[in-house]
Design a protein around this ligand. Structure first.
Ligand SMILES: Cc1cc2nc3c(=O)[nH]c(=O)nc-3n(C[C@H](O)[C@H](O)[C@H](O)COP(=O)(O)O)c2cc1C
Length: 437
């Protein structure tokens, strides 16, 4: 039986130059102004989406490779998504807005107060995508950079601290009784004195307690430590995994086990699998796109090389496409996992062209080799995920109007007709929408 699922949009490239590098770029908008994001948020709310997650990184990366990151705008500039959030709340009534935040850059007391303010301003629609990137540490202090697990430890201390501040007003502390002229009962506010490994602060928080739940915590980390963090802390986990039945069930089981280990229920956490579909008007069109993708021209390969150069902070654009790619070009700063994803199992003789062509290659939804297909084919895939217990899907793209409409125009009516996409929102904000099914 078809069940409704939760839909999110991952605003890839964050609050940055939407659509840069596309043939369709030249529409009359300014990415630094709120209008393009507000319009997109309204569209997603009309469609019945639960939330928008705004990607972010506070840094342009290593000093030696900044040019690679900014030249084609893959790695920046990025403006602060936390400050975009109020504009999106104002443009919508139900949609959850989830800026990405990094505990490296925001002290717990300031964070607790700002998040609390936004939660109240928005009618309880704030979420926080908590990431643990350590590459930006040098912008915040000269302390030694933490390792992978150390960054997760700090994120846990940060979040525990924020939650203790949010909870520093116990039930009954807010009185607001005009009859007795008492606004609040100070004896019910907890002092909070935190002296931890990474942070030191005192409470209580000078912001009101919540009426419809705390901001939703979202997390994207897929390592063992990342899954443990999600199980213990998150309301939503963003999953990047193959979408066959065994992989989906295994990923869900790991998160659920982590939740149970932390004393929570599996149902407390919604898992959204990230997908970037190419929705076509016909199966023939999908066939043509897939066939063409096997033979990308040099311009298409250069565009992929630019993105990879930015992501891997290694210049691939100046290398000969037809020479073998020497793994020594990657410095120690590049993660082995990212290098493996690029090189696959094509062997040391494979030219750069082969690696980039593999990234260009698209597959059909209908035979489960990829994500190109019609709205009906995509809906079939989502229904199948639902049969395996899936909670929801995270569609991936920028907010260029062309991206949004190409993805959603035909898809939304099909998903709604099949009862997969919600038609109504709950009254109480993001947490209540997440709990509705
Ligand atoms: C769907 C998804 C979204 C992500 N969004 C961000 C982001 O906005 N900013 C960021 O710094 N990292 C982002 N990441 C990376 C993760 O925060 C994390 O650094 C990465 O997954 C490594 O953690 P892990 O070793 O636990 O997997 C994202 C990852 C995924 C899968």
């Amino acid at each position: 039986m078809t069940r409704p699922q939760h839909f999110g949009w991952f605003l890839a490239r964050g609050f940055g130059p939407q659509g840069w590098g596309y043939a369709s770029l030249d529409w009359d908008y300014d990415w630094t102004r709120p209008e393009i994001y507000q319009e997109a948020a309204r569209t997603l709310e009309q469609a019945g989406f639960d939330l928008v997650i705004i990607e972010d990184a506070p840094s342009l990366g290593s000093p030696e490779t900044i040019d690679l990151r900014v030249r084609h705008a893959f790695g920046g500039p990025k403006h602060d998504p936390l400050l975009l959030a109020p504009y999106l709340f104002q443009a919508t009534r139900h949609l959850g807005i989830v800026p990405t935040v990094n505990p490296a850059g925001l002290l717990p007391y300031t964070a607790a107060r700002q998040f609390s303010t936004l939660q109240h301003l928005s009618g309880h629609r704030l979420g926080l995508n908590v990431v643990t990137d350590t590459g930006s540490a040098r912008h915040f202090s000269d302390a030694p950079t933490l390792d992978h697990d150390g960054a997760y430890d700090r994120a846990e201390e940060w979040l525990d601290g924020i939650r203790s501040l949010w909870r520093s007003w116990e039930d009954g502390a807010l009185v607001a009784d005009t009859g007795t002229d008492v606004y609040a009962d100070g004896s019910r506010l907890h002092a909070i004195r935190h002296r931890g490994e990474h942070f030191a602060f005192d409470g209580p928080l000078n912001a009101l307690p919540f009426t419809d739940g705390e901001p939703a915590i979202v997390s994207p980390g897929g390592s063992g430590r990342g899954l443990g963090f999600a199980g213990a802390n998150s309301d939503v986990q963003l999953a990047l995994a193959p979408l066959d039945e065994a992989s989906v069930r295994a990923y869900r089981a790991k998160i659920h086990q982590a939740a149970v280990d932390a004393g929570r229920r599996p149902a407390d956490i919604k898992i959204l699998f990230a997908i970037q579909p190419v929705i076509t008007s016909s199966a023939d069109e999908a066939e043509r796109i897939v066939a063409a993708s096997a033979h990308p021209d040099d311009a298409a390969l250069q565009q992929i090389a630019r993105k990879q150069s930015s992501d891997l902070e290694t210049d691939l654009t100046s290398l000969d496409l037809d020479c073998p790619l020497d793994p020594a070009v990657f410095g120690a700063h590049v993660s082995q996992g990212s290098i493996r994803r690029l090189l696959g199992d094509r062997g040391p003789e494979a030219p750069l062209r082969a690696h980039l062509t593999a990234l260009a290659r698209a597959g059909r939804i209908s035979d489960r080799t990829g994500f190109v297909g019609t709205a009906e084919e995509f809906a079939d895939l989502i229904e199948e995920l639902g049969e395996w217990g899936n909670d929801g899907v995270l569609l991936w793209g920028d907010f260029h109007p062309v991206t949004l409409h190409r993805t959603l125009d035909e898809l939304v009516p099909v998903l709604r007709r099949r009862g997969i996409l919600r038609r109504e929102y709950a009254a109480g904000g993001l947490q209540e929408n997440l709990r509705a099914f």
